[in-house]
Structures are given as structure tokens and as C-alpha cells.
Design a protein around this ligand. Structure first.
Ligand SMILES: [Zn+2]
Length: 207
């Protein structure tokens, strides 16, 4: 995650091995425990991201509400890792934003990764990344100066509850971030970090 620390044993839960970084405090699943791409794709297709589901829209609004408060009208953005259903894009477009889609499985558009944006959203994405440091570098490259990166993921807090944590039990979740992890990430790129809601991080690239 930070490319600076070293990983040491953290926990073994039902043959799943997890490591902890001594610098950024990210927790990562050992690479040998990961699913195959085919197994991952099957699970992602089961994700029920129905744009018309009010419960799902309420869930996404934890990110969209504070983000929209900070965006100028008519801003253009990218929903990075949008999954099969573009619910978040629809919600932002209803507020006058333009939203491009990228997802390695469902919207694999290389063109979308070749633009720059006023904002990028990553909801329920970063916990799936095998190489998060490189992805955050790519996101920084795609952000215009003054642009916003909105990340939603369950922050890892209490180590004593890690084994039974619902978020850990999803076998496609391979990296867990603490608030401290995101503070270091922001420092590294010179971004400003705000945490407006539980499990939501808003990073602003300097103008
Ligand atoms: Zn680290």
C-alpha cells in the first residue's frame, strides 16, 4: 500500500493469512490466499447494485452528499470500479455532473483511463485491489489540480474484532485501511484529507 513498510504476520483466520504493514497499518491478505479471477468475477456478478433500490442509493449517498457539497456545478468525473450497475453515476448525473465509467470486468474502457477529471469516485473498490499503491498513483494522474477523490470502504478499526468482521469475511476483500493509512496516503500525494462520514474519505488534490 505505502511501498515503504514491511509486512509481518497479523492473523490467520480459517486458513486465510493476513499481514500488517508496520508503516501505514494496512492489513493485506496473503497473495497465496486470493481467489482466481474467474472466482472473483462470479462473486462480483452476484453484487446487487440496482440503481432503483432505495437502500442502495441511501448507502451511496454517504459519499455523494458530501462530495456534491464540494463540487462546482457541471463537474466531470469518473466512477472508477463502477461494477455492473451504474447507480452512483445516475445519482451524480441527476445533480448535473457528467460521469464516465470504468470497471475492469464490466466497463473495461481504456479511453476512460486516458482522461483527467474534476472528481473520481471509488465506492467499495479499494478493498479489492491487489496493488493499491499503483492504482492510487493512477488516480492521482487522472485527477485535475483541485480535483476530488472520493473513497468509500469500511475502515478497519478494532483488531480484536477482525476475525469475525463482516468485511473480512468477503473473500474478494484483500486489503483493509485504517484512518491512519489514508492520512499517510494523503501526505504522500500532497492531498488534503477529510472524513465527512463514517467509512468515507474525501481527498483533494491541491489546485
Ligand atoms: Zn504500508
Amino acid at each position: 500500500m505505502c511501498e515503504q513498510g514491511s509486512l509481518s504476520d497479523f492473523r490467520v483466520v480459517k486458513a486465510q493469512r493476513y499481514l500488517r504493514c508496520d508503516v501505514c497499518e494496512a492489513t493485506v491478505m496473503d497473495a497465496s490466499c486470493r481467489l482466481s479471477p474467474e472466482q472473483e468475477r462470479e462473486i462480483y456478478q452476484l453484487h446487487d447494485n440496482d440503481p432503483s433500490d432505495p437502500g442502495y442509493r441511501t448507502f451511496l449517498s454517504k459519499l455523494t452528499e458530501p462530495l456534491l457539497e464540494r463540487l462546482p456545478s457541471g463537474a466531470s468525473g469518473l466512477d472508477f470500479g463502477c461494477g455492473p450497475g451504474p447507480a452512483l453515476a445516475q445519482m451524480l448525473e441527476a445533480e448535473g455532473m457528467a460521469v464516465s465509467l470504468y470497471d475492469p470486468y464490466f466497463y473495461p474502457s481504456a479511453v476512460a483511463l486516458d482522461q483527467t477529471y474534476d472528481f473520481i469516485t471509488c465506492t467499495e473498490v479499494v478493498e479489492h485491489l491487489y496493488a493499491p499503491a499503483g492504482v492510487f498513483r493512477e488516480l492521482d494522474r487522472m485527477l485535475k489540480p483541485g480535483g476530488w477523490l472520493g473513497v468509500m470502504t469500511c475502515f478497519q478499526t478494532d483488531d480484536d474484532r477482525f476475525d469475525n468482521w463482516h468485511y473480512r469475511r468477503d473473500p474478494t476483500h484483500v486489503v483493509f485501511y485504517r484512518e491512519f493509512t489514508f492520512k499517510l496516503l494523503a501526505n504522500r500525494f500532497g492531498w488534503h484529507l477529510e472524513i465527512p462520514r463514517k467509512d468515507v474519505a474525501l481527498f483533494r488534490k491541491p489546485a
